[in-house]
Design a protein around this ligand. Structure first.
Ligand code: IMP
Ligand code: MG
Length: 186
């Protein structure tokens, strides 16, 4: 309870209004469903789950505990939006994998697909390393903002074109720790 009040005060103090879009419970039950679907699809595969830093860490840590298949994890990082809520349109690789993925089944885990530039860039890069397969799981999809043909394989929720925070997603590097997903109004 005290935590909730503290968070509200913090958001208000920064002049931000936040409306809850997806509650902790909404997210948990959908993540469980995704985990079950992925477990079925990867039953006999050599699965490497690749999280895209930093936004995917919360989703990924919950998702892998719902996947009932042996797996390894690794991370990549790309350039972010910086101080803005709009994409620059340029994707830059900041951190590469430690793992060799040749012949293995790669599942890229991302917090949100927006323009699709990040995931189409990363998928192409990973495919060039000759894995057995590359699929993508995103918690959130903003289909209205797509600038590429990219279609993710697993989608948690389709959401309207509004800037969201929490459950790993940030605004100006803050609010990743919120246990729900909220819409920001400045
Ligand atoms: P894309 O390359 O345009 O698909 O952008 C994907 C990245 O943009 C995500 O990994 C997020 O880091 C960021 N992003 C897009 N929309 C939002 C949002 O509503 N809140 C926070 N980050 C976002
Ligand atoms: Mg991101």
């Amino acid at each position: 309870m005290a935590k909730t009040v503290l968070r509200k005060t913090m958001l208000g103090g920064m002049g931000l209004q936040v409306k809850v879009l997806l509650s902790t419970e909404d997210i948990a039950s959908r993540v469980r469903e995704l985990g079950q679907e992925i477990s079925k699809d990867y039953g006999d595969k050599d699965l490497v789950v690749v999280g895209i830093l930093k936004g995917a860490v919360v989703f990924m840590s919950d998702l892998i505990r719902e996947i009932m298949v042996p797996l390894e994890i690794d991370f990549m990082a790309t350039s972010s939006y910086g101080q803005s809520t709009k994409s620059s349109g340029v994707v830059q690789l900041l951190k590469d994998l430690d793992t060799v993925i040749e012949g293995r089944d790669v599942l890229v885990v991302e917090d949100i697909i927006d323009s699709g530039l990040t995931l189409s860039y990363l998928s192409q890069l990973l495919l060039s390393r000759k894995p057995a397969s590359v699929k993508t799981a995103v918690l959130l999809d903003k289909p209205d903002r797509r600038q590429t043909q990219f279609v993710p394989d697993y989608v948690g929720f389709s959401i309207p074109d509004e800037f969201v925070i929490g459950y790993g997603l940030d605004f100006n590097h803050k609010f990743r720790e919120l246990p729900y997903i909220g819409v920001v109004r400045e």
